[in-house]
Structure formats: C-alpha cells, structure tokens
Design a protein around this ligand. Structure first.
Ligand code: BGC
Length: 780
C-alpha cells in the first residue's frame, strides 16, 4: 500500500518541477523503503530546515543516502586521472548527490531535470565548478588578486564570479583556496594569497563574502568551498601532493588562520587536501575534520574530498579501498569527489559494522542541508535561466572591473631613472614569447574563461596608445625549448608553438629590432601551464632561452623594461641588476593587455605590493618574512663564521614581502603610539603620516607589523597585523591610524592556548616588511 501511493505520486508528477520535495512544507508522505529512522541529532539553528530534512531522510533508503555522498565529474574539464562513468544510470538510481564541470543554463537544466524527474525522491543535484579567479570574465590569478591588497576589489571579483557562475547553471564554487604557501617551487602558490596568515585571512573573508553574499537562497549567490583543508601549501620541497609534517604551534599560528577566518565568515563547504598531515592524510584525518573543524571551530557545512582523495589514501598506505572509505567517513568527510569509494563500499561497511548508518545519516544530512540553504528544494532550476545568462555574462561593467582589478594587482619591482611610465611617442621594441599571447593572459584555473577574448600585451598597447607609438616586434625566444616540456604543457591546453629557428637566430632578430627602437619592452615569464596544479618547478628562473635573450638585449644599450607574466615568485637576480624597469603583472586575466598598457604608459600608477617573498636564488627557499630568529643571527660580519647564513648567497630576499614601487614617492613619518604601556585588555593606537612627495597621484599600502620580543615560545621577527590602502594626491599628506587590539597581540602557546603574554613589543610601520620605522611598547 505504501509503495503504491509513493509510485502514484511519482507518476502524477513526472515532468513537473513541483515533484521536488518542497522546501518550506513538511510532507506527510510515509516512509517507504527507508531502512532505518533518520532522526539523528538535528543541531542546526533552523528548525524549519531540520523538519524538512528529517522528513525527507525518513523516506530515504540507505543506498539513497549513500548516493547523496557521491560527487561526479560530468562535463568538459577533468582535472584528475579518473572520469565518472555511466552518469545517467547512476543519477537515475539515486547514486549521485552532485556533479561538477557541467555548466551553461541549458546543460545544467537538462541534467537537473533528469535528476529531478527520474529519481525516486526527486532530490536536486548540486552543480559545482572550479571558479577560481572569475568564471567567464577572468580576473588576475589569486596570487595577483592578493597583491592588490584591496579587499573591496577582491570581494567584488568574487561577487562578479558568483553573478556569472550562478547565471551559468552553477550553485557551488571550489574557491577560495587559502593555503599559505612559502615555497615558490610549488605551482599552486599561484592559486592562493601568498605567505602571510593575516593577509590570507582578510582575503579569505572577502572572497567568501563575495561568493555567498548575505543570502544563499538568492539566485545570484553561490556556495563557496574553502580549500584545501589543510596545509596543502606546505608540501615538502614544493612538490605537489607532497607530505606535510609540521609542529602544531606553527600550524596554529602560521598556517591555520585563513581557514579559520573563512569558517568564521560562514563558508558553506570545505574541501580536503591531498596531502598527509603528520602521518594521516587530510581526507582520513579525524583530528582535522572533526575535532578541529567542527568541534573547535564550529563548522556546520559539509566536507567534500579533493579529486579522488579517498582512493589516494591507498598509495598513502592507509589500507584497502573499503578501509580508506570507512576511514574517510569516520573522520568527517561527507562527500566523495569522483572516487566512488563511498558508493562502492559504504553499504557493506554498515553490514560489517565498520561504519554505522548514523555516520551516513550525518554526512547525508549535511549535503541535504547545503541544498536546502541554496533553495534548491524550493526551485531546482533557479540557476538555469538562459536570459539571465545572456544579460549577465561578460557584461561591460564586469570587463571594466577586470581591467581595474588587473592594474591594481601589478607590482612595480624596479624603475631606474623613472624609465616608466613610457612616453606616448617614438618606437618600442616589443619582444618576447609572451608579448602576443592571449592564452597565457587568463592563467591557469581560468575556469570557463575564453582565452580568445583575452587582450594580449601587444593589443593592449595598441588600444592604449594607438598609432602614437611605433611597435617593432620580435619573438626573441621560445618560452620553453624542450620538446617534451612543450608536449606536456600543450597536452593541458597550453597552445604553445615551438618556433623552430635556432635560439641564436631568434635572438639576433630581436637585437636588430631593439637597435631600431627607442626602448625595449620585453614580455617574458612563464606559460600559464607552468604554474597551478601539478606544475612544480625546481628551477624558478626564467625558463628556456629568455635570460639569454635579455642578456643580448641589454648589450644594445637601449632602456630595458621587463614585463613579467608568471604565476610564482621567480629568481630574478640578473634581471634586478640589469633591467631598467620590471613590472610584475602575473597572469592578469581577460583584460591583461589593456591593464598592462595602462600601467606602462602611466594611465594608472602601479600600487601592488608583493604577498610572497622573492628569493635571490632558489636555494634560499623556503624564504619568508615572518620567520623566527636564530640563536646566531647573521649581522653582516663577513668573517664571523659561526652565524646562520649561506657561504654563497646573502640571507636577504631579492624583494621582501610587502614590497612594490610607485611612479610617485611616499614619505613616512615615524609612527606615534597612544601609550607606551597598555594593559592586556587595552588597545593601542598607532598613527603615521604618509605624504606623497613625488610627481604623480598614487596609492600606497601602508603596512603595520608587530614583534613580540619575549614569549613562552619563540615568536617571529615580524608579523603583519594591519594594512591600509590609501590614495594620495601629489603633495598630499594623510594620517593613517591603526588600532592594535589585544586579539592582535595573541598567539597560540605551547599548549595551543590563544594567549596574550605581557611583556615588551615592537610595532613597525612602513611601505613593506623591510623598510619600516619602529616604536616600542609594553603590555603589563
Ligand atoms: C584540485 C582542486 C579542484 C578539484 C576539482 C583537484 O585536482 O586539487 O583544487 O577543485 O580538482 O576540479
């Protein structure tokens, strides 16, 4: 009888969207084939949602619940070694909770209709995607976004990405990536906000706000997914997917803050990382996923694995497929990305008592809650309106924002004798393998971005100066000469051609072009595929013959301006010593070329500051500003042998964290503090006057660092605790006031208690982490 009535309901509803279990109503339909009551503790703050999900889960079979834990890759891009198979059949039999890589309103609607109309319980699917730095309108890579130090702009980039993605059939984005990274060999340093936990936390919050807005049920917001939890950026030797082994003190103080900040900003989901942490892979790490994430930090969303990360626990040495599946679920993983381990093994695991149905209920509930929060039960098609897509995607104001954000993210590393900005007259030798590239402009992980819509540097220069400047072009060098390397890069969408001339011939041509021009603009760096996932480099100098090219160009005696396009800090010692100007542009997105030309010709005065330290040579890495002191710090005495230093290179970086120049100059007064002694509950005001002393209006990122001089555990030599990006007209002075709160002076001690220890502190203010002025104060 029960079965009959359920079947009848389905029959009547096939083809209509109302057959989705309706959010906001409590159905009285009785449970049919559910194997066990699903009334595990419902602790959410939303009784209406709890009732709805209790009711729905009471109707679900164990297999259907397990099905909700399954995430399949369906569509264009496949980022891992396994592609999901028999998708239709799996959806039909209730074995799929969500998909990723399917977008466009038409494709998403088709699949959603299929799921809703062909499954017993009509539960809508989640539609996820790697929207990392924009969806269709592409912004600078995340490392570039971070060098803008402009949180409003970063939030706006995520907002625009959400507008486009949600109009394009998606409701879930695999971003922000907040992994602290201090090793430029690691290709994925491109995807995060750099090396600093404080800045990383601000960026994490801005991005979550941008994606999720205030109300996830709005059809222009999407659920964010914090990744990669955790410590993915600390892989040994910068080799992707490598081991992380780290003290808890370093973890809590230096690596975990951005994840915690995103949780506090209410991020809806979390993705596990591929790496192990102190012996247990993140995806099977109960301490990480349950004790820390949920019990301590109060996260109440769902946890998805990274691509086949459960399966990968087998080579990690954690057991058979069935065992690692049980381990992941027990640890607190809710959703299995592509690996289908849950699907294959959890049923049996329940029978064998390796996991309980309650464990599965808990995970299933979290995924259903996400769908509820997104309003999918109310309307599974809220993200599939074709008209909205047409009106929204790549609209002019988004393109303008992309240009603005791109130029704000560029960092001027050197500008000898004010060779920049360039004159809008005369001739330019535009040289280099990246000068005409469109593909590279949108960088790696450029989601649904269409590189054919990207503006190359050459085109950007023409757009900005028209015929006022004569452009003489030569390629000068290949970005990589190694055929194997090119093959590998092109296998993943590199679009790189090998110019088959000898490198001597290419260089000679470039030299000739340079001699016939007033100034050289050499557009050099990495191809987009040289950073990002699985793109670690052991040598972080310019690849191929590009350095040889620059050396030959230098000999012409013409002013040499470098435009760098790359996804990581590079070792640029020769370049720093020999180029006249260096502009770091990263992979700047759809409007890269226009934004670069805006900066080169002075239509925009650069204001970006590095968020990662640039080493002199790769042997110095990991190299980061907020390091600890040693018992034998090197003070510059060359013959003092027993000091912490290298024989063959200085300890200093080439460019420190926070560094970046402007076309104007800024003067900083000595910082003033409101008190020299404060109590542990008091705040301290720090004031500094910043003056624009040069010839252009400009923006400056004023940075504040502290140092806790004595602690129960050793403390870093400097820690960023505040920054302000201000605009100053030529000749203008502004007073910047920072408030250091007790919270800013706290750290996690040996027992991992978050404490403020009374004692002596220093506060430093300046334009970067090196060139600061200081004051001292005491907490007592
Ligand atoms: C990456 C993730 C990404 C996922 C889905 C993985 O290989 O590590 O960052 O979100 O693929 O495409």
């Amino acid at each position: 009888m029960k079965k009959l009535s359920t079947a009848l309901i389905f029959f009547l509803c096939v083809g209509c969207s109302q057959n989705v279990p309706q959010q906001g109503t409590t159905s009285s339909a009785p449970a049919t084939t559910a194997t066990a009551p699903a009334q595990e503790a419902t602790t959410s703050k939303n009784p209406e949602m709890d009732r709805f999900i209790n009711d729905l889960m009471a109707k679900m079979t164990l297999q259907e619940k397990i099905g909700q834990l399954n995430l399949l890759a369906v569509g264009f891009d496949v980022t891992g070694p396994v592609v999901s198979k028999n998708v239709d059949e799996k959806i039909r039999s209730g074995q799929v909770g969500g998909v990723f890589n399917t977008f466009t309103p038409v494709a998403a609607r088709k699949l959603q209709e299929f799921a809703v109309n062909n499954t017993r319980l009509k539960i809508p699917l989640l539609f996820g995607y790697d929207v990392i730095h924009g969806h269709r309108t592409i912004f600078p890579i995340p490392l570039g976004l971070s060098t803008s130090w402009d949180m409003d702009m970063i939030e706006r980039s995520a907002r625009i990405a959400a507008e486009e993605a949600s109009a394009d059939g998606l409701n879930w984005v695999f971003s922000p990536m907040v992994d602290i990274a201090r090793d430029p060999r690691w290709g994925r340093i491109a995807e995060g906000a750099g090396e600093d936990p404080y800045l990383g936390s601000q960026v994490a919050k801005a991005m979550v706000r941008g994606y999720q807005g205030d109300d996830l049920t709005q059809n222009n917001t999407v659920m964010a997914c914090l990744k990669h939890f955790a410590l993915y950026g600390a892989a040994e030797a910068g080799r992707d997917y490598g081991t992380t082994d780290m003290s808890l003190q370093r973890m809590y103080n230096e690596y975990l803050p951005p994840y915690k900040a995103a949780i506090e900003a209410n991020v809806g989901s979390v993705m596990t990382s591929f790496n192990e942490i102190n012996g247990i892979p993140a995806t099977g790490n109960k301490w990480l996923l349950t004790e820390l994430l949920r019990d301590k930090w109060g996260f109440d969303g769902f946890v998805v694995t990274d691509y086949t990360a459960i399966n990968e626990m087998i080579p990690h040495g954690m057991g058979t497929e069935a065992e690692v599946g049980a381990l992941a679920l027990k640890a607190g993983t809710d959703m299995d990305m592509v690996g289908e381990v849950f699907l294959k093994h959890l049923d049996q695991a329940v029978k064998e008592g390796k996991v309980t149905e309650a464990d599965i209920n808990t995970a299933c509930r979290r995924i259903l809650e996400a769908k509820y929060k997104l309003g999918l039960f109310q309307d599974p098609y809220r993200y599939t309106d074709d008209n909205r897509a047409t009106a929204t995607i790549m609209k002019p104001e988004f393109i303008d924002a992309s240009r603005e954000i791109a130029r704000k993210s560029m960092v001027l590393l050197k500008n000898k004798n004010n060779v920049l900005p360039l004159k809008q007259s005369g001739s330019i030798a535009l040289i280099g393998p990246l000068a005409k590239s469109q593909r590279d402009m949108i960088g790696n992980w450029s989601a649904a971005g269409d590189w054919k819509k990207a503006v190359s540097v050459e085109e950007g220069i023409r757009n900005v100066v028209g015929n006022k400047v004569k452009i003489n072009y030569a390629k000068g060098a290949n970005i990589a000469d190694d055929a194997q390397m090119l093959k590998r890069l092109n296998a993943h969408g590199g679009q790189l051609d090998l110019d088959t001339r000898t490198s001597e011939a290419m260089i000679q041509e470039a030299v000739k072009v340079a001699r016939a021009s007033d100034v050289i603009v050499a557009v050099v760096g990495e191809s987009q595929g040289m950073s990002g996932e699985a793109a670690s480099r052991a040598d972080i100098t310019l690849p191929g013959q590009q350095l040889e090219l620059l050396k030959a160009l230098k000999k012409t005696g013409k002013p040499l301006v470098l435009v760098l396009i790359n996804g990581r800090p590079l070792a640029l010692k020769w370049e720093e010593e020999n180029a006249d100007a260096i502009l770091e542009t990263w992979f700047a997105g759809t409007q890269a070329g226009n934004a670069t030309a805006d900066v080169l010709f002075g239509n925009y005065n650069p204001s970006g500051k590095l968020t990662t330290t640039f080493p002199q040579v790769v042997g110095q890495v990991p190299l980061f500003y907020n390091h600890k002191n040693t018992g034998r710090p090197y003070g510059g005495q060359l013959l003092d042998k027993y000091k912490s230093r290298y024989l063959d290179v200085e300890n200093e970086p080439l460019y420190p964290f926070g560094y970046g120049l402007s076309y104007t100059t800024f003067n900083y007064s000595k910082p003033q503090i409101s008190k020299t002694t404060i109590s542990p509950t008091e705040s301290l005001e720090v004031k500094v006057d910043v003056s624009n002393t040069g010839n252009y209006d400009g923006e400056e990122v004023v940075q504040l660092y502290i140092q806790d001089l004595v602690g129960s555990i050793t403390r870093p030599v400097k820690e960023l605790k505040g920054f302000r990006k201000i605009a100053l007209k030529k000749g203008e002075t502004q007073t910047v006031t920072f408030t250091l709160k007790p919270e800013d002076l706290k750290f996690y001690n040996y027992q991992l208690e978050h404490v403020l220890e009374p004692g002596d502190f220093k506060v430093y203010v300046g334009p970067n982490s090196r060139d600061v002025q200081e004051q001292s104060f005491k907490v007592q």
